[in-house]
Design a protein around this ligand. Structure first.
Ligand SMILES: Cc1cc2nc3c(=O)[nH]c(=O)nc-3n(C[C@H](O)[C@H](O)[C@H](O)COP(=O)(O)OP(=O)(O)OC[C@H]3O[C@@H](n4cnc5c(N)ncnc54)[C@H](O)[C@@H]3O)c2cc1C
Length: 462
């Protein structure tokens, strides 16, 4: 039997963490952070490091690591959410190059902090491999290779079919791109270790404490976070609620909650690994429009994620990680197509999590000195690394520091909101229907990108 939900497979071995105490009444602090995923915890970490006298409280509706931070595919990658081109138009090539180099360095920063804090998160820096599995994907790979020549910061290498197979034997692979920066991680071990690290610095994490409203500060009023258990007044309040942001009435249409689902196999036999290769533990992705992303886990399994049912009407969010049976079957089919050697290998666990998708598909790190409210998020599917840079940046913004982090183009952006329902639902369903149709046409042998996919990109604002 495949376990479905229970937050995610990443908690299966050690069980869900022992709950921390909830808020016990009204509280005054210097900084209140709403949400104990990577964004909230990295913000707390760097704030406490910068000023150990700060009283910092993290308010979490369930438990630290309940959200995407405890469920993701474990790609600690250097991706700029939403791509680089849009930022080049608004901020110029040079600043975007700096942004890219900072994300490259952020991967090393996460690895450094994990070592310093004694967080064993199964980290392996083996790079990432983007694989073309049909002629249209190969076409896109060649376009990408041309594009990459403008971005030496990525250090990308185009690999032939043979060179790809020497790394990982993906059935039918026609070529790939290797980017050396990415590291594989165990997401839940990172978020749990980080929660303990911030507590060691004197930060308090209140669990089972849902924030229902965040009130801005004014010259006469301190900002406050309202919970069912008391009101927290703070000099600064940072919102780090990502895919769950739609549950806060004032931010309901800011970020669309998009689902991503994953499956994980049982540990594979040594003979199966011998057929597949994958000795370098690269993270792996295909170039489909509704792409899949994979990692080889520390204990010898394959974890594979993809879109499944992308969005639920009215921005509804979570069912403790349970995903649809249809999604499990689709992901299993793709896994077998990529790796026939896995054959009837059991799928041990399936789960889903929620991402935050802004209307322009780009992340933001904002802080308003007038209201003393800030937030970071909207990382779509690329937040594992970005959250660390966002946390450092929020810390600088709160402390009024002018640093290279605070000059990154994602700081203090204003983005238009999503359309009201039913438009939101129709747009996302329509977009993914077009992507799936395009993928089917391309899998059927079409030589170039299906025009329906380009149309979907255009109307979705990607
Ligand atoms: C299945 C899946 C696979 C992914 N794979 C990758 C990957 O391989 N690489 C990558 O870079 N990114 C990936 N992502 C995205 C990445 O995981 C996220 O961008 C990142 O974890 C976001 O961290 P966060 O702290 O901002 O949000 P979250 O981890 O979602 O944390 C938000 C927290 O806020 C809490 N919260 C929400 N509302 C309230 C409230 N009102 N009051 C109190 N608490 C509240 C939630 O309970 C939650 O704990 C994936 C995401 C998913 C779902």
């Amino acid at each position: 039997m495949t376990t479905n939900g229970n937050v995610s497979f990443w908690y299966a071995a050690d069980g869900l963490p022992t709950p921390r105490p909830a808020l016990a009444g009204d509280l005054d602090v210097d900084v209140a952070i709403v949400g104990a995923g990577y964004t909230g915890l990295w913000s707390a970490y760097y704030l406490a490091k910068a000023d150990p006298t700060l009283r910092i409280a993290v308010l979490e509706s369930r438990f630290a690591g309940f959200g995407a931070s405890g469920r993701n595919g474990g790609w600690l990658a250097n991706t700029i959410t939403g791509g680089r081109d849009g930022y080049v138009k608004t901020h110029g090539r040079s600043l975007v190059g700096d942004f890219q180099r900072m994300l490259n360095e952020t991967i090393n920063e996460v690895i450094r902090v994990a070592a310093v804090e004694g967080i064993d998160a199964d980290i392996h820096k083996g790079g990432e491999l983007l694989v073309a599995r049909n002629p249209a994907q190969l076409n896109r790979l060649d376009e990408l290779a041309l594009e990459q020549q403008k971005w030496p910061e990525d250090d990308a290498i185009r690999l032939s079919a043979d060179q790809t197979a020497q790394r990982i034997h993906v059935a039918g692979a026609l070529g790939s791109m290797f980017i050396p920066h990415c590291a594989r991680i165990h997401p839940a071990k990172l978020v749990q270790g980080l929660a303990q690290a911030v507590e060691r610095q004197g930060v308090t994490i209140f669990e089972n404490t849902m924030v229902t409203q965040i009130n801005a500060g004014t010259p006469k009023r301190t900002p406050s976070a309202v919970t069912e258990r008391g009101v927290v007044r703070a000099q600064h309040i940072l919102r780090a609620t990502e895919g769950f942001t739609a549950n806060l009435p004032q931010a309901h249409r800011d970020w669309l909650p998009m689902n991503s689902s994953m499956i994980v196999t049982e540990p594979l036999e040594a003979t199966t690994w011998a057929e597949i290769g994958w000795k370098g533990r690269e993270t792996l992705e295909d170039l489909a429009h509704a792409y899949v992303y994979l990692q080889r886990t520390m204990d010898g399994r394959i974890a594979l994620g993809g879109r499944g049912v992308p969005y639920r009407y009215g921005s509804r969010t979570d069912m403790d990680g349970a995903t649809q049976e249809k999604t499990i079957q689709t992901l299993r089919r793709i896994l077998r197509e990529m790796f026939p050697a896995v054959g009837g290998t059991k799928i041990d666990h399936a789960w889903a999590g929620v991402l935050g998708v802004p209307r322009d598909w780009k992340a933001s790190v904002n802080y308003d000195r007038a209201t003393r409210l800030g937030f970071a998020g909207g990382y779509v599917g690329t937040g594992v690394t970005a959250t660390n840079l966002a946390g450092r940046t929020l810390s600088d913004l709160v402390l009024g520091k002018d640093t290279k982090e605070t000059s990154v183009p994602w700081v203090n952006r204003s983005v238009r909101r999503w359309e009201p329902e039913p438009l939101r639902w129709l747009a996302v369903q329509g977009m993914y229907a077009m992507y799936h149709r395009a993928d089917a046409q391309e899998a059927g042998g079409r030589g170039n990108t299906a025009s329906i996919a380009r149309f979907a990109d255009r109307i979705s604002g990607r």
